[in-house]
Design a protein around this ligand. Structure first.
Ligand code: AMP
Ligand code: MN
Ligand code: MN
Ligand code: MN
Length: 306
């Protein structure tokens, strides 16, 4: 599937009518702390003009988000953050501008939900085995639409078993720790096909966060582009300037467009504030150019069924 070309170098950014863009945020429909209405209110208050809600393996929050964005007068792009496997490692790929009801995506999401249910059971069993209240925590999460490790981490904290979520991860839930259970997420090629089949743009999320050598990282980005990937998340909350420079190099080398997002789970954390991002370096073509027509049009339910 061909990808739209919008190469205009630095000029394109200067001409972009959107000056505050955040294309990666989480709500209570996955592991974010705020519901769609509250999160978008914070985003609007921070001056965000164009944003995407990208919950882990879920599009269930999008109808509420679309309505809330419309009421707040900000533009919303539909989104999702999909868990995927690349050479045995977990990667995260954002699908932006997807049709949430597309068959390719619905099939992938039901597979992901099954995998997440099985993994939550495995995590609970591992915690139980180590004398931690795994099954009790799992019971308390029964209403949770998508159970992530963050949910377990927060419960371990609130029950006094860890001082904060970072410690809950480093002691129990991170890779190699006793309650970590691996999941065989769908392969990258299948994930890319599902996003493209839903009319969306695949964006490789936080490329510098994976534990990879420089060579492996280049291969990851190359194979992502070869499979139909369209953009790299060049600017992301909590990233250092030198990491951003590395991401720019990866992006240009693979001839991808660039995206940016806070990866907000909790707007109270300074490095995750919606819309408060470093500028996308001018060498990179912003992915949001394809949505420029949304600017100056009244906020309306967008891209939900196109
Ligand atoms: P999951 O998709 O269920 O494996 O959960 C992944 C989520 O856990 C990520 O999106 C982060 O929000 C969170 N996470 C992963 N590692 C850490 C960590 N070391 N500290 C805090 N949160 C983490
Ligand atoms: Mn998360
Ligand atoms: Mn992620
Ligand atoms: Mn995320």
């Amino acid at each position: 599937m061909g990808r739209p070309r919008a190469h205009a170098g630095g000029k394109s950014l200067v001409n972009s009518p959107f000056t505050c863009v955040d294309l990666h945020m989480h709500t209570t429909f996955s592991d974010g702390l705020l519901d769609p209405e509250a999160l978008l209110q914070v985003a609007a208050g921070n001056g965000v003009q164009l944003c995407a809600i990208t919950d882990h393996d879920s599009v269930s929050g999008l109808p509420r988000a679309t309505l809330a964005a419309s009421n707040l007068g900000i533009q919303l792009i539909t989104g999702v953050e999909l868990s995927t496997t690349w050479h045995g490692r977990t990667l995260h790929v954002l699908g932006l501008g997807i049709d949430p009801g597309a068959a390719s995506l619905t099939r992938l999401l039901s597979r992901l939900h099954e995998l997440r249910r099985a993994r939550a059971l495995a995590i609970a069993a591992r915690l139980d085995k180590h004398g931690m209240p795994g099954s009790v925590i799992l019971d308390s999460l029964s209403q949770c639409p998508v159970i992530t490790r963050t949910h377990f981490a927060r419960e371990l904290v609130s029950r006094g078993h860890a001082k904060d979520t970072a410690s809950a991860f480093s002691r129990w839930l991170a890779k190699g720790q006793p309650a970590n259970a691996s999941a065989e997420w769908p392969e990258l090629a299948d994930t890319l096909r599902a996003i493209l089949g839903a009319g969306g743009a695949p964006v490789l999320a936080h490329p510098l966060r994976y534990t990879l050598s420089a060579g492996q990282r280049r291969t990851m980005v190359k194979e992502f582009a070869q499979g139909g990937g369209q953009a790299l998340e060049v600017v992301v909350g909590g990233q250092s300037p030198s990491q951003t420079q590395t991401a720019v190099g990866l992006c240009l080398r693979a001839d991808l467009e660039g995206s940016q997002g806070s990866d907000c789970h909790d707007p109270a954390l300074p490095w995750q504030r919606p819309g408060r991002l470093a500028k996308l370096p001018p060498a990179v073509t912003p992915i949001w150019h394809r949505w420029v027509d949304l600017h100056d049009s009244p906020a309306r339910p967008t891209r939900t069924a196109e």
